[in-house]
Design a binder for this molecule. Structure first.
Ligand SMILES: [Fe+2]
Length: 441
């Protein structure tokens, strides 16, 4: 079967398809939980809005009858006696109303925490409408080794098919200190049903490992005229830093974690303004490692998605300040390469920002014929586990069936460019639409 016929077959199988790429199947999975809020806290999610060594933010929702809510926190101990040594903090409550959906979103930032310390918390309100106790660890003040997870677009079939990505990732890396979501968490930004499925798929993982999300184009909606706006769900659902540009509160920010600066950027708008901000946070950066994450790609993995303006606006700064790694989504395929010339195709291992595009959900596009990448995949859901220590950043990308699909190391050299060691599995052929269409029964 040639490629176009195979695509037709996939389209037939999956019901929906456009042009040369395949969309996910219609999501008929019924949420196990009521997608509407109740008195019981749900959609509980850890994020940071301040220093990860001394603070921890948590956000959750209830129905609108819960107007006073709180969080309770204690130093963790193996004894259940910790419940006698808790502090109770009032939550900030925000009423939310959009179309036929209404909820109260509650948030707390626990402060004055001890670095590198395990805590327990729960959230709720009077009358025992409380969550279970969740554990989290604050960041160390030192550059101690740690691991984190990075996921590309979830976006479609969130409960039915993306769930295995987030759950597989956390099962592979239960010590992950945070999870990066590189945009397009959902497909319809204003769909409470999709957000409910996103939260249900992640479940208690969101209560244990802080999320670092950036918005994709699908977190935007079309307003009047041609203007697009970030969904009203974003800010109530995620309590994030406001240390980016003023016009993008909580969607452009940075977080420092144990010697790593994470630049979270909003590639949907205000690119030049964020470039100015980027220069300030790269120029004054005490961290050994720097990664940037945003939705759109500096180098397109798939066809007809080249974003020249983004590349010309941000890449010179990644080069100038030797950003180690850029993690993106958007293209619904997998690609990894480094230091690519703007004309695409010329690579120079000496300066080495590594660019990665990945996808965790089931919507899949064709790879571009501009093969700038050192490793690529079509039609494959993946998750990434990345470990960082003083000298080495170790990157591993796994298929959702748990096979190591790609790996490399970035070695820090004093006053020299990074050294990149390609460790992709040699006996694992590139996954393409061509060779992944038929699966043995
Ligand atoms: Fe997407």
């Amino acid at each position: 079967m040639n490629k176009s016929i195979q695509h037709f077959a996939l389209i037939f199988l999956f019901t929906v398809g456009t042009g040369n790429f395949t969309s996910a199947a219609p999501d008929r999975t019924t949420a196990a939980h009521d997608p509407m809020p109740t008195k019981i806290p749900d959609h509980i999610i850890l994020t940071w809005s301040d220093d990860p060594a001394t603070t921890q933010s948590v956000t959750w929702r209830t129905d609108t009858s819960i107007v006073e809510s709180y969080g309770e926190i204690a130093r963790a101990d193996a004894s259940p006696n910790f419940i006698h040594y808790t502090n109770i903090i009032d939550a900030k409550t925000e009423n939310f109303l959009l179309d036929d959906y209404c909820a109260n979103y509650h948030s707390i930032t626990f402060t004055n925490l001890h670095p590198n310390t395990l805590y327990l918390y729960r959230v709720g309100s009077e009358d025992n409408w409380r969550s279970e106790w969740f554990q989290f660890r604050t960041a160390s003040r030192e550059s101690e080794p740690f691991t984190f997870i990075y996921l590309g677009d979830g976006q479609n079939n969130l409960l039915s098919m993306w769930s295995r990505s987030i759950r597989g990732a956390y099962s592979a890396a239960p010590d992950a200190r945070f999870i990066i979501h590189a945009g397009d968490l959902v497909s319809f930004s204003d769909s409470y049903l999709q957000w409910s499925k996103w939260f249900e798929a992640a479940g208690w993982i969101n209560g244990m490992a802080p999320s670092i999300p950036v918005p994709g184009n699908h977190e935007y909606y079309h307003g009047s005229g041609k203007k697009r706006y970030l969904t009203d769900y974003w800010r109530p659902q995620f309590t994030l830093p406001e240390n980016g540009i003023d016009s993008l509160p909580e969607s452009n920010y940075y977080i420092d974690f144990q010697g790593l600066r994470i630049l979270a950027m909003n590639s949907n708008e205000h690119l030049e303004e964020q470039a100015e901000w980027l220069e300030t946070v790269l120029k004054d950066n005490p961290n050994r490692w720097t990664i940037a994450t945003f939705h759109h790609t500096i180098y397109a993995a798939t066809v007809n998605r080249d974003h020249k303006k983004l590349r010309e606006t941000w890449k010179p700064l990644f080069d100038k300040y030797h950003v180690d790694l850029v993690l993106a989504g958007h293209d619904h395929a997998y690609s990894r390469g480094h230091n690519i010339d703007p004309n695409i195709g010329i690579s120079d291992p000496q300066t080495g920002t590594v660019y990665v595009v990945s996808v965790s959900g089931p919507k899949m596009y064709d790879l571009t014929d501009d093969r700038w990448m050192d490793r690529a995949a079509e039609n494959t859901q993946l998750y990434q586990v990345i470990s960082v220590d003083q000298k080495t950043l170790s990157y591993r990308s796994y298929t959702v069936t748990g096979e190591l699909y790609d790996a490399f190391q970035v070695i820090k050299k004093k006053n020299k460019p990074n050294k990149i060691i390609d460790q992709k599995p040699q006996n694992f052929p590139e996954r393409t639409f061509q060779n992944t269409l038929s699966i043995p029964k």
